[in-house]
Design a protein around this ligand. Structure first.
Ligand code: PLP
Length: 448
């Protein structure tokens, strides 16, 4: 029964990114089943899942074709590795299919079990590439403040969340520049001016470190977990100019924005970027099976392949055959059902229109969205953008009010974020916006 389960949960389960002390006070939500774009908890409370699980169930929860593909593979060849000159048919077919859908010139994939492992893999590939190019000074990787790139030591070092950095010793060859967060950090500048300034901070950092010492720059197209920080339109064109000046690799972390979230296959396509390495995970299998990886451009792969010598890196579950079958089934649904076209042409623009209406709410300082992501900045005073307090109480209250109203929204500080399944209909967008509106009303009342 529920109380026994919760007791066992408290006693035995150490949850990721959770304050164990608060867990005891608040209790945990036990999610028992899901269908379409909805999840249901142990009390029978059904909620529109505005977060696609953890940004991964882009096709929702009722894709039996993906489950069937996994099960069929588990019956035929449940496991074999891709080490030491071995391979499996699903891994070859998925590598080929990914080369088709990823940006031009990205025709090589290294599979991992997660996004964090994929970013660690990037660090290994970056170093190998520059060593083979006989430029061993190129060691430093530049990332951004408030970024999230995973929880392994490599991934967390690339991440720029100060709370995380307090709890481990970060790798010393990774450094951070500012994020393009206009609402929070733009001051009196216009978004366009701020975008250029944030991009130029990359140039300044490269100059400071010396271009010959800088190996790579890593970024998400839009900071996801950092608060759905959609950069001003001037940001990426200016970053492109900066990178073109120096011989520095561009690593795009597409763990959240890959596979259709912007209305294009990848965020890199949306912003017209040509990455050297590209991290993916999550939605590649619709969250049905753990799988991640990094797409490696021909420019980088040619060096690694041509020079010979073993690349001493890999995971037992790199290219797990059932994971690869899940990936193939997911890509088939994305293609056959024209899911991404629908986001670009219909549901994305509709969400943009309806979500913007929430910007009129008295406690919302900004409502922004793009494709199938959105954010609301909660403020006490719209003019000055003053927050309710410095403990981000409003975000936590709004998240709870949202769940009460039957909608999963996530709070990143006092920024509410959504990333609903790409399959939601315009009627479900209406439902989402109406529930979010009620959650905002309840939050305003609770904080008054
Ligand atoms: N990179 C980004 C942008 C992410 O959002 C995440 C996870 O949320 C990761 C990397 C890490 O992926 P994983 O949790 O699969 O290790």
């Amino acid at each position: 029964n529920k109380s026994q389960l919760l007791q066992q949960d408290r006693e035995h389960l150490l949850h990721p990114f959770t304050d164990f002390h608060d867990l005891g006070k608040q209790g945990t939500r036990v999610i028992t089943n899901a269908d379409g774009a909805y999840i249901t908890d142990i009390d029978g409370h059904r909620m529109l899942d505005g977060m696609s699980g953890l940004w991964c169930c882009n096709l929702g929860y009722s894709r039996t074709e993906i489950a069937d593909a996994i099960y069929e593979q588990l019956k035929t060849l449940p496991f074999y590795n891709s080490f030491f000159q071995c391979t499996t048919i699903p891994s070859i077919e998925l590598a080929d299919a990914l080369s088709e859908v990823t940006p031009e010139g990205m025709n090589n994939v290294f599979f991992t079990g997660s996004g964090s492992e994929a970013n660690d893999t990037n660090l290994r590939i970056i170093r190998r590439y520059w060593d083979l190019k006989e430029q061993p000074n190129k060691r430093i990787v530049i990332s951004r403040t408030n970024a999230y790139h995973g929880s392994t030591i490599g991934g967390a070092s690339l991440g720029g969340m100060s709370g995380m950095h307090k709890q481990f010793q970060a790798l010393d060859y990774i450094t951070h520049i500012q994020q393009p967060y206009w609402f929070g950090e733009g001051g009196d500048m216009s978004p366009e001016e701020f975008g250029v300034q944030a991009a130029r901070s990359l140039d300044e950092k490269i100059q400071e470190l010396g271009p010959d010492n800088v190996a790579a720059f890593i970024a998400e197209p839009i900071q996801g977990a950092g608060g759905v920080i959609i950069p001003p339109e001037t940001y990426w064109p200016e970053v492109k100019k900066v990178l073109a000046k120096y011989d520095i690799l561009l690593v795009m972390d597409e763990v959240i924005f890959g596979f259709g979230r912007t209305g294009e296959w990848f965020g890199s396509d949306y912003y017209g970027l040509k990455p050297d390495l590209m991290t993916f995970a999550k939605a590649v299998t619709n969250g049905y099976f753990p799988l991640g990886g990094t797409m490696v451009s021909d420019r980088v792969a040619e060096v690694i392949k041509a020079k010979g010598g073993e690349f001493t890196h890999g995971y037992t579950y790199s290219a797990h055959p059932a994971a690869c079958m899940a990936g193939l089934a997911t890509l088939n649904v994305l293609r056959n059902d024209k899911i991404i076209d629908n986001v670009r042409e219909t549901t994305g623009p509709y969400l943009a229109k309806r979500w913007a209406e929430l910007g009129d709410h008295p406690i919302v300082g900004e409502a922004r969205s793009l494709g199938m992501v959105g954010a609301l900045e909660l403020v006490k005073d719209k003019g000055s953008r003053a927050r309710f307090d410095d403990k981000c109480t409003a975000g936590g209250v709004c998240r709870d009010m949202s769940i009460k109203n039957g909608l999963v929204m996530r709070a990143t500080g006092d920024t509410m974020i959504i990333a609903p399944p790409l399959i939601i209909t315009t009627e479900q967008v209406d439902e989402l916006v109406e529930k979010a509106h009620r959650a905002l009303d309840d939050t305003a009342k609770a904080l008054a």
